[in-house]
Write a protein that binds this ligand. Sequence first.
Ligand code: ATP
Length: 236
Amino acid sequence: MPLLTVEGLEARHGLLRAVRGVDLALDEGETLALVGANGAGKTTLLRTIAGAHRASAGRIGFDSADITALPAHRRVPLGIALVPEGRQLFTGMTVEENLLVAAGRGRPGRWTMATVLDAFPQLRPKFKARAGDLSGGQQQATAIARALMTNPRLLLLDEVSLGLSPVAVDQLYVSLQTLLGGGATVVLVEQDLGRALRVASRVVCLLEGRVTYAGAARETTRERVMEAYFGMTGGR
Ligand code: ATP
């Protein structure tokens, strides 16, 4: 039984159908990389799974329950956490305060203040610093740490490398690799296709809101994804 099941999902921005009939299923412990060009619908799909955007049709199942109509704040205690594009930290609050806000909202589990700091050691010296004063990499680490504090069963990561220096991205991915190696279930949107293929167990490509490719990462070539990325699959 998959942990997450998405069936015929549709999500709109006004008249625009940003997500069109998406089906996917994710087992516990899998890492799914969601790739696709700008505007393909990746963020809207993640936000709809998290409950931050309303589904206009279709069904989202989580651990065999139908959660399609649940608002985001009721999905968090079930174990769904979103690290949104742009981080959306409380910039006037310290790292510690950002983490504490999340701690009360989720489930009990292995992630505590101590264990998230072990996973993101770069945050230790910044624990009492205002989130708004941190570097981009430190802010992103705080955003992921904040999501972990809810002890999610499913972690949704939206473009965590966006706007970071290559060194900061590498450092972030060291922590993420530890997380993924520890059996976390993750959907991640990542622009860097090479990186996505390295960290994910499965890859789904979206084009104009539809799935144009889905496959195991180890059987997926860069060329195959690029065809799906640009919609060149039909004519070949
Ligand atoms: P990116 O990589 O640029 O973040 P994406 O694949 O995440 O792209 P979405 O952000 O989900 O794609 O956007 C899907 C479509 O919905 C695009 O055509 C986009 O212009 C449109 N869209 C996204 N957010 C809004 C909004 N708030 N209002 C209107 N249209 C939107």
